[in-house]
Design a protein around this ligand. Structure first.
Ligand code: GRF
Length: 195
């Protein structure tokens, strides 16, 4: 292998998917290294976890910027400063502009808690339950300018069980997220899958 791909994980909150990626990247033969964690929210719990693991963790508070473009410029600068090659969004709750996505096209991933193309956007678990869906799941995809619409890299299905509410269903989906995201990142970092 020609060096592990330097990967940044973008978060906004607890960062359990980021933790799953960090755990997977501890394996010496994992083709990506989690070199940076960035949160747009300074209070994101995941920042503390990353620092405890000795990973560079940076808050870039979007509220401190006049508009999306200046926030994204700051983000882009930090990514380049850390020599980042791949970006994995994991519970990152900011929309990235078409200009930013274009710069990172093919190197920018996201995990979404539904079986895309079903349930793009927010409140996926509530919407699946309201529809009486019998199965639900999660998707890792390349990001494109259109929200939650990029080419699919990996998916996992989970059943919707009698008595489920959004919280129990989300918890079941999250277990699957933690399995497929490390696998998907590995297949992109190794070059096995490309846009
Ligand atoms: C995950 O369900 C992710 O798919 C969604 O937001 C949640 C983030 O969880 N976009 P975590 O911060 O990775 O724990």
């Amino acid at each position: 292998m020609t060096g592990r791909r330097r990967t940044a994980v973008l978060i906004s909150g607890r960062g359990s998917n980021m933790q799953a990626l960090v755990a997977a990247a501890r394996a010496p033969d994992y083709p990506a290294e989690i070199a940076l964690v960035v949160s747009n929210r300074p209070d994101a719990a995941g920042l503390g976890y990353a620092r405890e693991q000795g990973i560079e963790a940076v808050a870039i508070d979007h509220k401190a910027f006049a508009d999306r473009a200046t926030f994204e410029n700051a983000l882009d600068t930090v990514l380049h400063k850390h020599d980042i090659d791949l970006i994995a969004c994991a519970g990152f709750m900011r929309i990235l502009s078409a200009a930013f996505v274009e710069k990172w096209l093919g190197r920018l991933l996201n995990i979404h808690p539904s079986l895309l193309p079903a349930y793009r956007g927010l409140d996926t678990h509530e919407r699946a339950l309201a529809d009486g869906a019998s199965e639900h799941g999660c998707t890792v995809h390349f990001m494109v300018a259109e929200l939650d619409a990029g080419p699919i890299v990996a998916q996992a299905r989970v059943p919707v069980l009698p008595g489920d509410d959004a919280a129990t269903l989300a918890a079941r989906v999250l277990i699957a997220e933690h399995e497929i995201y490390p696998q998907a990142l590995a297949s992109i970092a190794s070059g096995e899958i490309a846009l």
